[in-house]
Design a protein around this ligand. Structure first.
Ligand SMILES: *Cc1c(COP(=O)(O)O)cnc(C)c1O
Length: 388
């Protein structure tokens, strides 16, 4: 396929950089620093070394024997759950913290919803000895109290956001406001393939280590790759090196929440329309007059009203098929994986496993499921819902 990002950051009609003029110099600075470092061997060396020795890469590609027998096909799990801090998010924060250092920025800001990206950011700031401020909605701080504690123990300042619905989109607004007020010394560390150009591209490249490893480990093209989609970073990371190989069926799985018709959902690509959110043009769930609708999913990491512009593009051109799974379907899939393989997945990742029910693979086909994170953080929900 003809997959290319334009000079101004568009994938087809999606992407771009919709930001206040005051931030234009920051975006230009970021673009040129990224260009410089991706081509430099010293960056490649530092990034690989940290991924290997600190994150624990390469993560295994595990042949799931009993799950394969259950579905009468061959299923491999890409074990991002075994990364340091328990999910793929650290791949990106390691890359961006090196970028921040290259740009000589001493103050790191981020926003977080579930707290997973906040923890991954606080982790790399501790590692590098940099100041870290994380914006988080007041409601999310209550819902995700253990992650707030983790960030604080790591030395980050967690700033409560009291505006709007006191959730992720309000935290994002606050982070952008901070960036406008302290443009010189601040690096804004974004956690998924969202935000103004060049962030979606930068995060895609850093996360594509997942797909590069799958390619090496499987030694042949898989027939399917399945990944959950919140903003879309673990999915594009797994898909990226396979986009040109049309024999590989790529499937992104969004959270349908209580169901597509329920009004409580996060299935952005299925239900959304084109609009601008968080600095780029993509699909989002909005009312007729353009108000962002508060999304819902049982999994906090998929509970995002938008989706990365690269996914809006891949959906439109048909290269990736986007399915969705409800809370209920994800819970069942999590229970099944746990009992068949002894692996408790993150609720987000469980949505990718739920899609195994919605494809019809042949007995000799190979499926890779990206297991984006581990379920420790979700134990309370699992216990309540699965009743054990
Ligand atoms: C944050 C998170 C996600 C969703 O983010 P993407 O950018 O869509 O990958 C998925 N899985 C886990 C475990 C997460 O922590």
């Amino acid at each position: 396929m003809n997959f290319k990002i334009s000079e101004s950051g568009y994938y087809g009609e999606f992407g771009g950089s919709y930001i206040p003029e005051l931030l234009l110099p920051n975006i230009e600075e970021l673009k040129s620093a990224f260009k410089r470092i991706v081509e430099s061997t010293s960056f490649q060396r530092d990034f690989s070394k940290l991924l290997k020795e600190y994150v624990g890469r390469p993560t295994p590609l595990y042949y799931a024997r009993r799950l394969s027998a259950h579905y009468n096909t061959n299923i491999y799990l890409k074990r991002e759950d075994l990364c340091h801090t328990g999910a793929h998010k650290i791949n990106n924060t390691i890359g961006q913290i090196l970028l921040a250092q290259e740009m000589n920025k001493k103050r790191i800001i981020a926003e977080t919803g579930a707290g997973q990206h906040g923890v991954a950011t606080a982790t790399v700031c501790a590692l590098m000895g940099l100041k870290c401020i994380v914006y988080m909605g007041e409601v999310d701080m209550e819902r995700q109290a253990p992650n707030v504690k983790r960030m604080q123990m790591l030395g980050a300042e967690v700033r409560a956001v009291h505006s709007g619905t006191k959730t992720l989109k309000d935290a994002t607004n606050e982070a952008i406001r901070d960036w406008i007020n302290h443009p010189e010394e601040t690096y804004y560390l974004i956690g998924s393939v969202v935000g103004p150009h060049p962030y979606p591209h930068i995060v895609s490249i850093f996360q594509s280590v997942i797909g590069d490893e799958i390619k090496k480990q499987l030694q042949q093209s898989p027939d399917y790759i399945l990944a959950c989609v919140g903003g879309g970073s673990n999915a594009i990371g797994a898909f990226y090196p396979f986009l040109d190989d049309e024999t590989v069926k790529l499937i992104g799985v969004e959270a349908a929440g209580l169901g597509l018709q329920s009004g409580k959902t996060a299935a952005t690509l299925t239900l959304g329309s084109t609009g601008v959110l968080h600095g780029s043009k993509s699909k989002l769930i909005q009312t007729e007059d353009g108000q962002v609708v508060e999304p819902y999913s049982i999994s906090a990491g998929l509970d995002y009203p938008g989706v990365g512009p690269v996914h809006a593009f891949l959906d439109q051109c048909g290269r990736v098929e986007y399915k969705n799974a409800t809370d209920e379907e994800a819970l069942i899939a999590a229970g099944l994986l746990t009992r068949l393989e002894g692996i408790i997945p993150a609720l987000e990742s469980a949505h990718a496993f739920a899609a195994l029910e919605k494809i019809n693979p042949l007995a000799d086909e190979n499926i890779v499921v990206n297991l984006s994170g581990r379920g420790d953080k979700d134990m309370e929900t699992y216990q309540q819902k699965l009743k054990f």
